[in-house]
Design a protein around this ligand. Structure first.
Ligand code: FPP
Length: 257
């Protein structure tokens, strides 16, 4: 098996960053005759299992899509319940995250959130900032179109003020102006619940991510499913637009049929 540099490794592709679109909470709850919020509450337990799965595989970054800029279109009771759940879970989980060496970070338009939610986020980030075993990134009121719009606005502002020349703008400049600038691109992107779309999540960053789609609804997601996603990913042939890993050193040479 070859890694990104074309070297042979026993475990297959190296895995630094996993991103997850946690989907299916509402359907899971409805199937049990419960309110949608009950599914979100059960989903918190799956978040804990995903963290354990990430740690077992020595993943360094785990990004979870918790609330998109489009999720405000949901019924107000669900939004209020979700926000309360997110704030409460953040506060409640901090001691355990600290003990496990997890650094908690949030990305998204946090300015639109209530003061209570913003305060619990700021406290959690502050209290876990020294940890370095796993960085858990929660995308909250996030969407790629929002992020790319902000980045464009910022670059335009710099160009107008003369602190950047349009000709100097490269892909690296764009990356450095995204909210994900401190993190590597996701190697593996998982979506649960049998939906096959990105839903405005990490559109730029997932350019070369490997996708793993599962029918499992998020409240049923567990370490075994995480293991299956990682096992599938390890076997993928990652070429990053180049040629087959085996033949990378002799670019241009076609692999045998
Ligand atoms: C998508 O399922 C899920 C969400 C929009 C919310 C995810 C939030 C949690 C799991 C809460 C806990 C999170 C953290 C980080 C503590 P859906 O409601 O769209 O399900 P459906 O497609 O079946 O309707």
């Amino acid at each position: 098996m070859n890694n990104e540099a074309g070297n042979t490794t026993a475990q297959g592709n190296p895995l630094k960053h996993v991103a997850i679109i946690m989907d299916g909470n509402g359907r899971w709850a409805r199937a049990r005759g419960e309110a949608r919020l009950y599914g979100h509450m059960q989903g918190v337990e799956s978040v804990r299992r995903a963290i354990r799965g990430a740690m077992a595989h020595r993943v360094e970054y785990l990004t979870l899509y918790a609330f998109s800029t489009e999720n405000w279109r949901r019924p107000q009771t669900e939004i209020d319940g979700l926000m309360e759940l997110l704030a409460d879970s953040t506060v409640r989980e901090v001691p355990e995250l600290k003990a496990q060496g997890v650094r908690l970070q949030f990305i998204g338009d946090l300015s639109a959130l209530s003061a209570t939610v913003r305060e619990s986020i700021a406290a959690a980030e502050r209290e876990t900032r020294e940890n370095n075993r796993l960085t858990l990134i929660i995308a909250l009121n996030y969407s790629s179109r929002w992020e790319i719009t902000c980045m464009t606005r910022e670059l335009a502002r710099k160009a107008v003020h003369g602190t950047i020349s349009p000709d100097e703008i490269t892909a690296g400049t764009v990356e450095n102006h995204l909210v994900t600038a401190p993190y590597p691109d996701p190697d593996l992107l998982i979506r649960t619940s049998g939906e096959y779309r990105l839903s405005n999540f990490l559109l730029w960053q997932a350019a070369y991510s490997e996708f793993y789609f599962t029918e499992v609804l998020w409240p049923d997601f567990d370490e075994a499913e995480f293991d299956r996603a990682v096992a599938a990913y390890r076997l993928r042939d990652r070429r990053f637009g180049g040629v087959k890993n085996l033949y990378r050193e002799k670019a241009g040479e076609c692999p045998p049929e």
